[in-house]
Design a protein around this ligand. Sequence first.
Ligand code: GSH
Length: 204
Amino acid sequence: MSNGRHLAKGSPMPDVPEDGILRLYSMRFCPFAQRVHLVLDAKQIPYHSIYINLTDKPEWLLDKNPQGKVPALEIVREPGPPVLTESLLICEYLDEQYPLRPLYPRDPLKKVQDKLLIERFGAVLGAFFKASDGRELARRGTEFFGGEQTGILDYMIWPLTLWLERMKRDPAVMAFYMEAEVQAEFLRTRSLGRANYNLLVKDA
Ligand SMILES: N[C@@H](CCC(=O)N[C@@H](CS)C(=O)NCC(=O)O)C(=O)O
């Protein structure tokens, strides 16, 4: 809805059609928002994306989410309309509300076990993304974590990267995927105090 362009302070609320379709306030490089895009895409739920410049937020974002964070999902059809926050809660709501392609296990025990693993992996993933998004490699200035040749770290995380390759073939992931270098470039611009939210916008 913002054509992939991230709306900043002073931008009016975009002209979103009054079609009852969900509205997702998002940021293209936010891993929490990406979770919600993936679930929406996997379940083929139509939605409007409204991308937010989080360095210089549009004033109306606080009306949608007083915490000023993304992801936030506006359930336009419901009276209010309510705006849901917290990526995991949003994903669980979507899975319960939209039965196509159930993502959580039906069995309550398995469901809780998966949710526990999501929490535990969350911490691990933070560290993994830090390494895999290119920052750690950039810090080392080498092709591999081990240097010009593979080292212990390369070999130990390799099974994870195999899984990443498989995930890249999933249609929902394909629709939202970006190369690690692109994510790293966004983080680089942000660390320089010039976050380029519109890195993926064609005419940016
Ligand atoms: N626990 C939240 C985290 C959301 C979050 O931290 N989003 C970041 C962007 S990746 C944000 O909106 N930051 C803006 C701010 O904190 O002002 C979730 O899972 O949705």
